[in-house]
Design a protein. Structure first.
Length: 161
């Protein structure tokens, strides 16, 4: 079962939302920060050698940020709390797709909470301009058949508080 925007609102699963962000089958997340990558990363099987790529925060000028074609890390304004009986994922908002960009992310596990991060991919050869706080994705909550025994306890739990 997918939670409606109204159910998400009633359960208070996301902090700092305005009414325009509630959708029939989810909620829109908005852009807080954009970062460019400045170093390589390293991924292994057990995370013992994991090294995240370093990033540099970009600055909005006069409320706007132009991004040329490329990939960027983004941070959302909204602090999300996934209950242990749900998981969440998102889809890129259609207006962003029509401008030649999309956002990708991993599954948001039961028990995760934080101000999530994702990968913004600008495919448009001419780039795209973002206004501060632009809505970029719709987060969808799916209710699990049974509550997860253990909630998410990884390194990203509580990120960007």
């Amino acid at each position: 079962m997918i939670l409606s925007g109204e159910q998400i609102k009633q359960k208070n699963l996301i902090e700092t939302l305005s009414d325009i962000q509630f959708q029939p089958a989810g909620v829109d997340l908005s852009l807080k920060e954009v970062h460019k990558f400045i170093s390589p990363g390293k991924i292994d099987f057990g995370n013992k050698e994991r090294k995240l790529s370093e990033t540099q925060k970009l600055t909005f000028e006069n409320g706007e940020l132009f991004l040329p074609k490329g990939v960027y890390k983004i941070v959302y304004n909204e602090y999300v709390k996934i209950p242990k009986d749900c998981l969440a994922f998102f889809l890129t908002r259609s207006s962003l797709l029509r401008c030649g960009a999309h956002v990708v992310s991993a599954v948001w596990d039961p028990g995760y909470e934080g101000r999530g991060e994702s990968l913004l991919c600008v495919e448009n050869e001419l780039g795209i301009t973002f206004k501060e706080n632009a809505r970029v994705v719709q987060l969808v909550f799916i209710k699990l058949e049974n509550e997860a025994k253990d909630g998410y306890a990884g390194v990203y739990h509580g990120e960007n508080r």
